[in-house]
Design a protein around this ligand. Structure first.
Ligand code: ADP
Length: 482
């Protein structure tokens, strides 16, 4: 259906508006043209009336040069005479007389040329009438004082008349068929020119519309491919500054984010299954080996301990996964309260003290008051996680510096360690789920700790950053709205 296409709809609207405008313009031009034609025609009628009127008052000769082509001998013109006009107060200045030179005018039978009718003062019947005058030319009703020249229209005839100062009436008329015929031709010319202009404009508009809407076709083609599963598709629009170019850029970045999200999702599922498979395999093989023959109580105890280890790792993993899933879905309700970040850090330091002592790691605190509105148990989880990592990935007898303060409207927590550090290539990935920079040094861990920290901090409207130098230590900085 063409009405479903934006291109066609725009073109049809444009065509509709153009037809309205061009029709209005055409009608106006035809009207002006016809009015101009008729005004010129009236001028000629009035000229004839003036000549005849002048002839009635003295000897005049028709001037052949003044005749419009093809209309001789029907037209007349005159030279003004020296004959004095009869006095105005003598309306009955004698019978009407016309110089003999004008006789020819009244003899013509050509119905397409001017006709002349004269009425004597006070007589409704014509005094003299051209042979080509149509039937029913009646004396115009004009007061004797009105000596102006008037125009009247009767059916297909247009007539100019004038009452002389003696009360005689002069009328010159002609059929206006040829003027109307000419106007019809002019209207046809205007119509075809308008149709041509309309066609040209619509062709140009179609060309422009096709060019302007081409990016939309590219967008829909790319979207179709993406919908069918090819997330690597991008829209290639050269004009990046146009509206559609900007839309394509926004869609491209959305597609890129979608692709990354899907890839992360896939990676997450595969990592989760892989992480769960290891402890399950340990459980199964422990059980199978132990059950293969009769064992001593010590062997059973050992096998049960190994199974417990594997089960505990699975529990940690499933709990972490569940927590992340809840944080992702926004289901994890934060029980916010006004707290001092410094107090949370003090509690966490006490909590990990035994671990630090075991590794002979020293923890230095510089805790300034930093009031925040947060879920204290969640923020404590973040601090404990960062401290545990700082101890785990530290050298024996290493050091940790932990500080809190307010900076630019945010509560800032920094955890600096003198530990192993993180390689520059691994640094951007430490907050990824299941990422472990060096699996050999993280036995028993899940690689989900920092992902959970990030999710908790972001749920509070904050952010977390890391900087590190391999072999010299790392710095984790957490910003929380104060
Ligand atoms: P894990 O359970 O492995 O500790 P995390 O998400 O807490 O998982 O950390 C991800 C990885 O980042 C760790 O495996 C480790 O390689 C690296 N890492 C985290 N904290 C530190 C640190 N303070 N020093 C050095 N490496 C660290």
């Amino acid at each position: 259906m063409i009405f479903n296409s934006i291109k066609w709809r725009l073109l049809l609207w444009m065509a509709f508006l153009l037809i309205l405008i061009l029709t209005g313009l055409g009608i106006a031009i035809c009207h002006i043209h016809l009015a101009d034609q008729l005004s010129q025609f009236d001028d000629r009628l009035e000229g004839q009336v003036a000549t005849l009127t002048a002839a009635l008052s003295g000897p005049v000769t028709p001037d052949p040069d003044e005749h419009p082509p093809g209309e001789t001998p029907g037209d007349v013109s005159a030279e003004q005479t020296n004959r004095p006009s009869p006095p105005v107060d003598q309306p009955d200045a004698g019978p009407l007389r016309l110089p003999p030179a004008f006789d020819g005018l009244f003899g013509t039978r050509n119905t397409n040329s001017f006709y002349f009718v004269l009425w004597a003062h006070g007589d409704p019947a014509p005094f003299r009438e051209s042979a080509n005058a149509p039937d029913g030319v009646t004396r115009p009703h004009v007061s004797n004082k009105d000596t102006g020249t008037h125009i009247r229209v009767r059916h297909r005839f247009r007539e100019a008349y004038h009452v002389t100062e003696h009360g005689d009436c002069v009328l010159v008329g002609r059929i206006v068929d040829s003027e109307y015929e000419e106007a019809r031709h002019f209207a046809l010319l205007i119509f075809f020119s308008g149709a041509g202009v309309l066609g040209l404009i619509l062709a140009a508009a179609w060309w422009l519309l096709v060019r302007a809407l081409r990016p939309l076709e590219k967008i829909s083609a790319a979207a179709l491919k993406i919908a069918s599963g090819d997330l690597s598709q991008r829209i290639n629009v050269p004009e990046t500054e146009s509206e559609l170019g900007r839309l394509a850029a926004v869609l491209n970045s959305t597609f890129a984010r979608l692709e990354t999200a899907f890839a992360q999702q896939r990676q997450f599922t595969s990592d989760a299954s892989h992480e769960l498979r290891t402890p399950i395999s340990v459980l199964i093989s422990e059980a199978q080996t132990t059950l293969a023959r009769e064992r001593t109580p010590d062997d059973y105890r050992e096998a049960l301990a190994a199974s417990l280890d594997a089960a505990q790792k699975m529990r940690r993993l499933t709990e972490s996964l569940l927590e992340l899933a809840r944080l992702d879905a926004g289901q994890e309700m934060l029980r916010r309260e006004n707290t001092n970040l410094a107090a949370i850090v003090q509690d966490s330091v006490k909590f990990v003290r035994a671990l630090a002592v075991a590794r002979r790691v020293q923890i230095h605190c510089d805790l300034a008051e930093a009031k925040i509105f947060c879920d204290a148990s969640r923020i404590a989880q973040v601090v404990t996680n960062l401290l545990t990592n700082a101890i785990n990935y530290n050298y024996d007898e290493g050091e940790i510096w932990i500080t809190t303060h307010i900076e630019g409207g945010a509560a800032v927590l920094t955890v600096v360690d003198s530990g192993l550090g993180i390689a520059p290539s691994a640094l951007p990935r430490v907050f990824e789920r299941f990422f472990q920079a060096d699996e050999s040094r993280t036995a028993g861990n899940t690689g989900l700790g920092l992902s959970i920290c990030k999710a908790i901090v972001e749920a509070h409207g904050g952010s977390i950053e890391v900087s590190s130098s391999l072999g010299r230590g790392s710095t984790f900085t957490v910003y929380l709205p104060a």
